[in-house]
Design a protein around this ligand. Structure first.
Ligand code: ADP
Ligand code: MG
Length: 327
């Protein structure tokens, strides 16, 4: 139990929304075009994610779950190395060590679906046949049931669901072609319909970040080959006090990057004053060789090899889009 507490105390699985983030990213990685996310009691009771992605082969199920179970989570010393490796490559193993996890999956090549169940860090994985279409369902129940210290850190159902909602919003903005349904306690909360073409781009945008932004935001598209910046930015008059709509994606990954934020704020110049925040949904695309995404462990920061030029590209592109600023 002490070891389990230590695991939970680390940053491996911080709260229900971190579980949702990892599972949804796995579904996207598996090429899913539809996701159903079922949450019960803010995620404390259940987090279930069903996708129509590639699925996992029967003989890979146990591996997917127990990758680091014996070699890495066997002593306290090893915890250090898990923390330093971060979450990557260990999501399922980490999540299943602090919950009751059922993984059901079928690949297109298989005729039958298979299900694996494991509970806590014992990792006694049982595998049995099941009914499931091609794709994967991961059902995480009773998160932190074996780590009381961690469980105590969970906030109210409403707060935890709010974090989940925000995680899903970020991912939905980053993956416009994926349909995402989010339910809480059996009630449909969000239904993000997939982007078919540019004609419903604003519709998808407004379903995720709201009508007010979608109506007033100026769409922008700028290119200094091979760099591309596109998305939406709200004129200063429609920026709000809270910086709640600030989404910047670099090659599809959401970032909170100082350099980019600086460029965006600078583009507004004096227009914002002290009481309003830049408001934007932007996508920056660069060749992978021009960026290093591994600067920050949580991967929210990037390093651009031509930082100054990227900064100025973003600055100039926004100035051109925003009225009353001088390019
Ligand atoms: P990582 O994503 O870093 O490889 P995870 O622990 O998150 O590590 O997942 C382990 C493995 O399980 C993945 O590499 C993938 O092969 C498989 N997997 C997990 N979730 C899914 C899913 N929804 N669809 C298909 N495969 C999955
Ligand atoms: Mg993963």
């Amino acid at each position: 139990a002490q070891l389990a507490n230590q695991i939970a105390a680390g940053e491996v699985v911080e709260r229900p929304s971190s579980v949702v983030k990892e599972l949804v990213e796995n579904s996207i990685d598996a090429g899913a075009s539809e996701l159903l996310i079922d949450i019960e009691q803010g995620g404390a009771r259940r987090i279930r994610i069903r996708d129509n992605g590639s699925g996992i082969e029967r003989d890979q199920l146990e591996l997917a779950l127990s990758r680091h179970a014996t070699s890495k989570i066997s002593s306290l010393d090893d915890l250090e190395s898990i923390a330093s490796l971060g979450f990557r490559g260990e999501a399922l193993a980490s999540i299943s060590s602090v919950s009751r996890l059922t993984l059901t999956s079928k690949t297109a090549a298989q005729t039958e679906a298979w299900q694996a169940f494991c509970e806590g860090r014992e990792m006694r994985v049982q595998i049995q046949p099941a009914a499931h279409p091609t794709g994967t369902t991961i059902d995480v129940q009773d998160l932190f049931f074996n780590t009381p210290a961690r469980r105590k850190f969970m906030r109210t159902e409403k707060t935890e669901f709010g974090h989940i909602d925000e995680v899903v919003r970020r991912i939905a903005l980053g993956c416009p072609r994926v349909r995402i349904l989010l339910q809480h306690n059996g009630r449909r909360i969000r239904d993000y319909r997939p982007l078919r073409d540019e004609s419903n781009a604003t519709q998808r945008l407004s379903s995720i970040v709201g009508n007010a932004f979608a109506q007033h935001a100026l769409s922008l598209q700028a290119e200094v080959a091979p760099w591309l910046l596109r998305g939406w930015v709200a004129p200063a008059a429609h920026c709000r006090h809270q910086g709640d709509i600030q989404y910047m994606y670099v090659n599809g990954r959401m970032m909170k990057d100082k350099l980019l934020n600086h460029a965006i704020r600078q583009a507004y110049g004096e227009q914002l004053g002290d009481d309003r925040q830049p408001t934007f949904v932007l996508y920056l695309e660069l060749p992978p060789r021009d960026v290093d995404v591994n600067v920050h462990p949580a991967k929210h920061e990037v390093r651009f090899h031509q930082a100054r030029q990227v900064h100025d590209f973003v600055l100039q592109s926004l100035r051109q889009a925003l009225p009353g600023t001088t390019p």
